[in-house]
Write a protein that binds this ligand. Structure first.
Ligand SMILES: [Zn+2]
Ligand SMILES: [Zn+2]
Length: 340
């Protein structure tokens, strides 16, 4: 069968002699891949900048899959079902798993990062990681993973209608955060340095946007009636932004780091204590987050169409992915479409 293999940094090839996956064992399902969303994780891997990554690797963790067959004891899905995939495979045995913090399992493996992912025609996965999404388009199903990151971050930050909320970063993750902030009754303002991203957030999300480079905290205060936001989500993964966001939170407020970078975050302790800040991390998403996303999309809360910037066939990904990696500022998602 056909698949895309990242042989080493910078060398992505499509082959047609990948071995067929085995018949699904107990608790597993054989799946036809219908869509693969591409994100920064894939682009970093292509450039060799993804930590804990080994080559060769089949990328692809934002998947819409169709069930072909199921193994023994699989009852919640059946052939023909279109499913979203929770791409973070937990060990089920560590203390974090025992406490239900499966998204931060001590031995977590991520599809398309630590093990081969979905840029291929067929794949076998544990059925427990498949979430049927009746009524959703394949495009919408492929967005569920991205939106789940946002839903989980909003669960961590827990804003309500009384909060002033700022989302820093208007890429797909930041827009997913904004979606679920709104679902909780607050109206987020989105900050991004890139005009094209602000334009996207403003035009199809209807969000108020600001350029954080303009005047820093003063620009932020200006959109919140002179006060600072009570909940700030930083979805940039930028060291500069993540440090700057520390100064944007009102007393008693919460700062949620959604994006991450490989380095240290430092702050002046009196600034932290004086405002009695709460700083939390958000990592991946849980089964409950994934179900929340599917229900929200089914209820009409997200229209998948405007999220997708360009769609390509699997054959075209060796040309498209390096091009997407070189584009700065697009808020939109590249999507691989497989026939089905
Ligand atoms: Zn992703
Ligand atoms: Zn575990």
């Amino acid at each position: 069968m056909k698949g895309a293999i990242l042989r080493e940094p910078g060398s992505l090839v499509v082959v047609d002699d990948l071995p067929e996956p085995p018949a699904p064992g107990p608790g597993e399902a054989l799946l036809a891949v219908r869509r693969v969303g591409v994100c920064g994780t894939d682009l970093h891997a292509f450039h060799g900048r993804q930590p804990f990554f080994s080559y060769p690797r089949i990328l692809g963790h934002e998947l819409a899959v169709e069930v072909l067959s199921v193994g023994a004891s699989v009852t919640h899905i059946r052939p023909g079902d279109l499913c979203a995939v929770r791409a973070y495979i937990a060990c089920g045995a560590c203390d974090a798993c025992a406490r239900g913090v499966t998204n931060a399992c001590e031995r977590l493996t991520t599809l398309g990062v630590h093990v081969d992912g979905g840029m291929r025609e067929r794949i076998v996965l544990p059925a427990a990681y498949l979430h049927p999404a009746p009524g959703l388009s394949p495009d919408a199903v492929a967005l569920v993973e991205t939106l789940g990151i946002g839903a989980h971050a909003v669960r961590r930050g827990a804003p309500d209608a009384t909060d002033r909320v700022l989302v820093v970063g208007a890429g797909p993750i930041g827009l997913g955060v904004a979606t679920f902030v709104r679902a909780r009754g607050a109206e987020p303002v989105i900050a991004d340095l890139v005009p094209e991203r602000r334009a996207v957030a403003g035009s199809w999300g209807g969000y108020r946007t600001i350029d954080p480079a303009d005047e820093g905290p003063a620009a932020v205060r200006a959109v919140f009636g002179g006060e600072l936001p009570t909940v700030v989500f930083d979805a940039t993964g930028s060291s500069v932004s993540m440090h700057a966001s520390l100064d944007l939170v009102a007393p008693g407020g919460r700062l949620v780091y959604v994006g991450l970078f490989t380095g240290d975050i430092t702050f002046h302790d009196p600034d932290f204590h004086r405002r009695e800040l709460t700083i939390v991390a958000s990592r991946n998403a849980t089964a409950a987050d994934t179900e929340q996303v599917i229900a929200h999309v089914r209820a009409g809360g997200v229209d998948a169409v405007p999220w997708i910037g360009e769609r390509v066939a699997l054959d075209a990904i060796p040309e498209a992915l390096p091009r997407w990696a070189g584009e700065r500022g697009s808020a939109l998602k590249g999507m691989i479409e497989l026939p089905g």
